[in-house]
Design a binder for this molecule. Structure first.
Ligand code: SF4
Length: 397
């Protein structure tokens, strides 16, 4: 059934609370919902209702297109001067026997390993260490661009930038300009966690504040550049904190238009200092994607990391507002497996990812970092395939 018809049924359902019908009407009219309405959705809206609204918005924006990109991860170190309570990845400097810290040449060797691969992006993120400073990262970005000019450098978060700029005694505007001149092309969404200080000061108290995270992205956007945003959800935060987080992103996006994608990140409770905090359910994951799609009316894309939430939940999420599945991965990233991902050493080939998307009747589109179409895989037949495999409804006798 067409999403518009489903939405109309909700708007005219006399059994639904008036507040939910008002929100559905706003979605139909492409009007923005308020902070209080966002909290109301988290508290009262059931999954089916949220799916109709979020899928309507998703299909208005993108139809059946589902984006992915081919990238690889470069993780300079898992040692870190910070000690975020939720972090399963980092090792404090005093535990350095459990960690790694690559030199510039070793990092370039990682990049060179992909010379023959059709990747379009290197995603660089890791821990924070004093030796990785402004000069080091400038040299790294420049060397990567010199080696492979067409490879898009997406690197570091405001956590690293705040640290290295403070150490270099330069302001954010000057620092981001230096990074851009060195070869940086976009910023991933990490380090946002939850902006509200009541939560941030408990789970990530020493690194950049929520406001500093936003300020660095704003300076980057002022240079005409693009970035992403994340939210770590499902731990000790309340619904109000999630909406506050999205409200601050929405407000900055109104001013700059520089964000491309919002990526909800599920808190996992393995191998970190919050093992006593239960994880939220798959239902809550899907509700959260849907509410993000409804609330962030000025964000083009909502992305799911399949490695973090499982392949099947990623497929389901495509009906709850998600239009981008984080792409083909190999073992270049340790972040997922160390944080309790659904699969140890998650890896998926392009063919597998394309089939994953096709199975739920969506159109797989390979994109570059800036969402330019690289390949439309809708009708591509892979070697060995007879034809694209679509999900078939079971026959009921
Ligand atoms: S989340 Fe990032 S900043 Fe915090 S301890 Fe882990 S690697 Fe360091």
């Amino acid at each position: 059934m067409d999403t518009t018809i489903k939405l109309a049924l909700i708007i005219n359902d006399p059994d639904l609370p008036a507040a939910l019908r008002v929100i559905a009407q706003k979605v139909q009219n492409q009007q923005r919902i308020t902070f209080d309405e966002g909290v109301y959705l988290y508290e009262h809206a059931e999954l089916g209702y949220l799916g109709v609204l979020a899928n309507h918005i998703r299909e208005q924006k993108h139809g059946d297109k589902t984006y992915f990109n081919r990238n690889f991860h470069l993780e300079p170190t898992n040692l870190c001067v910070y000690d975020c309570k939720f972090c399963s990845y980092s090792r404090l400097i005093k535990q350095k026997e459990e960690g790694w810290a690559l030199t510039l040449d070793e990092m370039l060797d990682v990049v060179k390993k992909y010379d023959a691969e059709p990747v379009t992006e290197v995603h660089i993120v890791g821990g924070v260490l004093p030796q990785y400073d402004v000069a080091f990262y400038s040299a790294l970005f420049t060397a990567i661009k010199k080696h492979r000019p067409e490879l898009h450098v997406k690197a570091l978060t405001p956590v690293e930038y705040h640290y290295i700029f403070k150490k270099a005694k330069i302001d954010y505007a000057t620092g981001m300009k230096l990074m851009k001149d060195a070869g940086l092309e976009s910023i991933p969404g990490g380090g946002a966690e939850i902006f509200h200080p009541d939560i941030r000061n408990v789970i990530a108290k020493d690194k950049c504040t929520g406001q500093q995270w936003l300020d660095i992205h704003e300076e980057w956007h002022k240079l005409g550049m693009r970035s992403n945003a994340t939210m770590l959800y499902g731990h000790i935060e309340k619904f109000e904190h999630r909406v506050d987080h999205m409200e601050q992103l929405r407000e900055l996006q109104d001013r700059t238009g520089g964000f491309q994608t919002f990526i909800p990140l599920k808190f996992r409770n393995q191998h970190n200092q919050m093992e006593n905090v239960p994880e939220v359910s798959v239902i809550e994951d899907l509700r959260n994607y849907a509410i993000a799609r409804i609330y962030l009316d000025n964000f083009d894309h909502i992305k799911a990391y399949w490695a973090m939430i499982s392949r099947q939940t990623a497929q389901l999420s495509l009906n709850f507002g998600v239009d981008d599945i984080d792409g083909t991965l190999d073992d270049t990233t340790k972040i997922y497996s160390m944080a309790g991902a659904e699969e140890q050493n998650p890896a998926m080939s392009t063919k597998e990812l394309v089939e994953l998307i096709r199975q739920v009747k969506r159109k797989p589109i390979e994109r570059d970092t800036l969402y330019n179409v690289v390949t439309d895989f809708t009708d591509v037949v892979f070697e060995g395939d007879v034809k694209p495999q679509f999900y078939k409804l079971p026959v009921i006798n």
